[in-house]
Design a protein around this ligand. Structure first.
Ligand code: 4FV
Length: 222
């Protein structure tokens, strides 16, 4: 998979995507990731990317010209152009799986008060939000989405790393997990997990996952 990111803060991407699983996916060539500075698609000496909103109102908006030029430069037939903004579909594991099936993602990070509407109307194939809160710009949302999608690419996760994905595919939260010591300061691991009776263990885990989901996320059970 190829992912291109368009942002005003390319330096923010150094670090989080150079570690662990995403780093490995890039090293193995499973993921080709490129971060582009939106200002590189401007032609005035102030590298202008924003302007005041018509009709007045607070703040600035991202202008159409640099973003149209960048998408026309970086995009192709197989490209899925995705805007990152609080007005988008709420990103979740199902959408992560959907995106992991694509060949090329072009993530456009929001900044200021947002995008000129013509960007949304004419360029975007999709719009995603990582949650109902406002962050400074779209860089962190882009990194969250890149991380969640990369984990789902074939061959990226070893067998021992993949269990968590199933949980959300079963629309259930994870059951309680324990590791050694079996008794830590008098806090004991449930006997069933020490029993070696795998049928009983599986039943206990299913009951716990459902119980936890009913208590914390009944919306997942709808
Ligand atoms: C956001 C979100 C988000 C809004 C103003 C950047 C900010 C500024 N993006 N999911 N939540 N974006 O808060 O994706 O443009």
């Amino acid at each position: 998979m190829k992912i291109d990111v368009l942002t005003l803060f390319p330096a923010m991407f150094a670090g989080p995507l150079d570690e662990s699983i995403v780093q490995r996916a890039r090293k193995n060539g499973v993921l080709e990731l490129a971060v582009h500075n939106l200002r590189d698609y401007t032609h005035d000496r102030h590298k202008t990317v924003d302007d005041r909103p018509f009709g007045g109102g607070p703040g600035m908006l991202l202008k159409p010209e640099p973003i149209f030029e960048a998408v026309e430069n970086l995009g192709g037939e197989k490209t899925r152009v995705i805007l990152l903004s609080p007005a988008g579909r709420k990103f979740d594991q199902a959408i992560a799986r959907e995106l992991a099936a694509q060949e090329h993602l072009l993530l456009i990070c929001g900044s200021y008060e947002g995008f000129d509407e013509r960007i949304r109307e004419n360029l975007a194939d999709d719009e995603l939000s990582i949650g109902d809160y406002v962050v400074t710009n779209g860089a962190l949302p882009a990194m969250v989405i890149i991380d969640a999608v990369t984990r789902l690419l074939p061959g990226v996760l070893g067998d021992d790393e993949s269990s968590l994905d199933e949980s959300f595919s079963r629309e259930l939260l994870e059951y309680p997990h324990y590791t050694r010591p079996a008794d830590f300061r008098g806090m004991k691991v449930p006997d069933v997990l020490l029993s070696g009776n795998h049928a009983e263990i599986a039943k206990w885990r299913a009951v716990q996952a459902r119980k936890r989901t009913e208590e914390r996320r009944p919306d997942l059970l709808k």
